[in-house]
Design a protein around this ligand. Sequence first.
Ligand code: NAP
Length: 538
Amino acid sequence: MKMKGEKVHKYDAIVIGTGVAGLYQLHLLRKLGLSVKAFEKGTDVGGTWYWNRYPGCRFDSESYTYQYSFSDELLEDWNWSEHFAPQPETLKYMQHVADRFDLRAHIEFSTAITSAKYQAAENKWEVQTDKQTTYSCQFLITALGILSEPYIPNIAGIDNFKGRAWHTSNWPKEKVKTTGKKIGVIGTGATGVQLITELAKDVEELYVFQLKPEYCIPLHNDKIDETTQKEIKKNQDKIFEQCNNSYGSFLHDFKYDKSALEVSKEERNAFYEKLWNERGFALWLGNYSDLLTDEDANHTISEFVRDKIRSQVDDPVIAEKLCPKDHGFGTRRVPCESGYYKAYNQPNVHLIDISETPIDCINELGIKTTAEQYDLDIIVFATGFDGVTGAYNKVNIVGEDGTNLSDEWKEGPETYLGMQTPGFPNLFTVCGPHNGSTFCNIPRCLEQNVEWISDCLSYINNNGFSKIEAELDAAKEWTDYAYEVAAPSLFAKTASWFSGANIPGKKRTFLSWAGGSPKYREKCNDVASTGYKGFKLT
Ligand code: NAP
């Protein structure tokens, strides 16, 4: 609440977060000539790439597909060193963008937004920070990130541990000495896989506490040599175009012309083998499209990958524990690996199957399972995030009729294009529930979101409007459509953060967008070109 006599700082727009989306949104709104301020909880820009500094953290998207596309000069003067750049390089890139476009002066760092309340009488948002300062703006844009709210399971005795412990997204900024240490990692998703591979190289003992294994595919990372660098620069427009035309905005796209089941086993396996040897997500997103909709087709690729896992791990018992059996390949986010399975052949790496012997508690010395005590120096929680909606629980966003946005979304969000929720005028949620960015090579879709929002604000200002609000019917229709396009896909049926199934007590409902990037873009363009149909402009 604003205190009596307190100075209120007024802006046309406020952006929350300075990750990939927030930074670009700030830049574009400034270019529109609006007065804009961005708020950032961290001490620097970068979002995901600021917080996730755990060893091994890097892109799973090809670097040249992940970068911003909006500036030829930026594309020209930035050279990625590897096909899949490591986190420190990406953070430097984000810092470079902030400096190059002179954005830092408009960002308040180390400042979290605690509440935002719509004031109907003035058609303004009143925004409060954790520094007890109050701001007012006409347009509020949340760029909070879909994987920014860490999840740590409620394990008995968690506070009793006398060593050091943290979530992967809170890996300390100062160098952590891991050599010669006994480290326990809980969680084996995309984050755990990268971290475990890196830690295995120098820790004394590494204990991996695995609930369910994932199907990991080889990343095939490499340095980018000079010739390739030139080729990339020459073809950069084509690279972006190829991404924008593909289902997930990656270089890889599904093979729609054939079913995995209509070819011979030999032809199918030869194709799988070819993709296995290609970079990044080729095997996942460049494969027969029915692998992600047909259980029989999916079985063929799941078995192929399980065999690949078995072939890399010396101990057949460990190999079997590393083979997923409860879900099909690609029905959860596929981690890319660079030596993960082979790490289990080392004498210092131990797989603890906590589906067989669950964690009983954490105590002063380490982790105790129902079978054994593991004494540890460090515990790392690679236990994931409260995806898509989680970050909104930390900001009290209150709409026109006094409803809190998180409460509104609790039983299953209804948004229009994942950008607006009825009852919350002039609030844009970049990468909100059922937004195209939720299943996408994310910068490709974030750029689209940000540009769409900027165009929309421009339209509002140029046409004498001051208020935009999603209509109830449009939001309902969009939500139904998002569920309809997700229905045939196996990943909508599989428990993961895409459906909130990883968070105890969270309503299980598919929060992502399974219709593919091109369809999402088309719908957004259609809405914009018809004077923002489905939105009420006043
Ligand atoms: P995640 O995929 O949700 O994995 C969390 C892990 O923690 C899972 O292995 C899970 O086991 C385990 N876990 C959860 N609760 C547990 C409990 N109570 N006890 C023991 N284990 C528990 O999270 P993530 O690995 O952080 O990845 C999240 C997302 O971040 C990815 O899907 C991806 O989109 C993104 N990411 C991207 C990159 C990249 O682009 N390079 C890298 C890393 C992450 P169960 O699965 O059995 O529940």
